[in-house]
Design a protein around this ligand. Structure first.
Ligand code: GLN
Length: 384
């Protein structure tokens, strides 16, 4: 078989969502809300679809959206950005791909902290790079400066930092961000900052973009996502933000990936960013309530639930729940015999993958969460 098949496995999200649909299972796997969000944004998109352009947008994105993103980060994080630091992409995953294609040359190494979103490693490799994993360990999942430093070699080109962190639900603290920045500055590395969960925070926490740390604005390519901010994951509107020259380089890569994204959706996202600051708190309240409902239901059922401070995911420790099956075996049993899709964590790492953890998405209506908990109760009984 072509060896590329192994180095580009089917994404665990696609695998589990397709299987859930085929089986008619409850889907607590791939991360997406199962409820609608702001009707005003949908109305804006419809207006732009029927009244606006349906031809190619400028490759770097509609100026109105680039300006809205820049203003958004000014209001929320005190950044002073200009539209020439921005490029609109078809989702954050494309932004990550463009960032890697713009920075990685054959033979370069890229540090990835695992468990990590499953797109990073295959994209690094297709850009000609090699992946150096730094393993984060539960239950703290802390970034250890010495471990990060030890992974740097003369070939290291970039660090991918995902903060807040999927799948663990961790928001890295000031010291951890400072450690990443210190290593990046000391070794002149680019940081590709996947910050798509920047607004999905719980318990009153505050997010700090790594680009705002000393020495980092010039070396950070930040990836953001309207899908995550507005719970519109299917729109696939994302962006990258970097210093002008770096942004221009990544924008060149983006030209040859998708060229441009749907103009009407871009217009609606610009509207949402300009009008929707007031939507963020209710979103966070809703997600935190959903997290508490899922965590309480699972705990009552005997599962060991790990804390989640951000994202709309929480992890369950199977071993600590008295389940001896590994994550993939449990996920298969949960899907086939109990009718609920979950995400095993082992596809999130290649070196030392955690095999005793699963991830669940709680961005769901109460009825979905309750049905998911009931199915997971059955799965637990079957796994015993
Ligand atoms: N970020 C989403 C998740 O973690 C998946 C995105 C995708 O499937 N491309 O579930």
């Amino acid at each position: 078989m072509n060896p590329l098949y192994e180095s580009m496995a089917t994404s665990v999200f696609e695998r589990m969502s397709l299987a859930a649909a085929a089986r008619g299972a409850i889907n607590l796997g791939q991360g997406f809300p199962d409820f609608g969000w702001e009707p005003a944004m949908l109305a804006e998109a419809a207006r732009a679809l029927t009244g606006g352009s349906n031809q190619y947008a400028p490759s770097r994105g509609l100026p109105v959206l680039r300006e809205a993103v820049a203003a958004h980060y000014g209001r929320h994080f005190g950044q002073t950005l200009t539209a020439d630091q921005l490029c609109v992409t078809s989702g954050a995953t494309e932004a990550i791909a463009a960032a890697l294609l713009a920075t990685v040359s054959p033979g370069d190494e890229v540090i990835v902290m695992t468990p990590a979103y499953d797109a990073y490693a295959p994209l690094v490799r297709r850009a000609g790079g090699a992946v150096r994993e730094v393993t984060l360990r539960p239950p703290g999942w802390r970034i250890d400066r010495d471990a990060l430093q030890a992974a740097v070699t003369p070939r290291t080109r970039a660090i991918i930092l995902n903060n807040p962190h999927n799948p663990t639900g961790r928001l890295f603290d000031r010291d951890e961000l400072a450690a990443v920045a210190a290593v990046a500055v000391a070794h002149d590395l680019i940081v590709i900052a996947d910050e798509v969960w920047e607004h999905v925070l719980h318990d009153g926490q505050r997010f700090t973009p790594i680009a705002t740390l000393p020495g980092m604005a010039a070396r950070t390519i930040k990836c953001g996502s309207a899908g995550k901010i507005f719970s519109l994951t299917g729109w696939k509107i994302g962006w990258l933000v970097a210093a002008p020259e770096l942004a221009a380089l990544a924008a060149r890569a983006h030209q040859f990936l998708t060229f441009a994204s749907a103009p009407n959706l871009q217009a609606a996202v610009a509207y949402g960013l300009n009008e929707g600051d007031g939507w963020l708190d209710p979103m966070r309240v809703r997600f935190a309530r959903a997290r508490n409902r899922l965590a309480a239901g699972l705990t009552e059922t005997g599962y060991a639930v790990l804390p989640s401070a951000s994202t709309y995911f929480l992890c369950v420790d199977l071993a600590a729940s008295g389940i001896v099956l590994d994550d993939e075996a449990f996920a298969a049993l949960a899907l086939d015999q109990a009718g609920v899709a979950v995400i095993p964590l082992s596809p999130f790492a290649e070196v030392a993958p955690p095999r005793h953890l699963i991830r669940l998405c709680f961005a769901k209506q109460d009825a979905t969460i309750d049905a998911g908990v009931a199915a997971l109760r059955r799965a637990r009984e079957l796994a015993a």
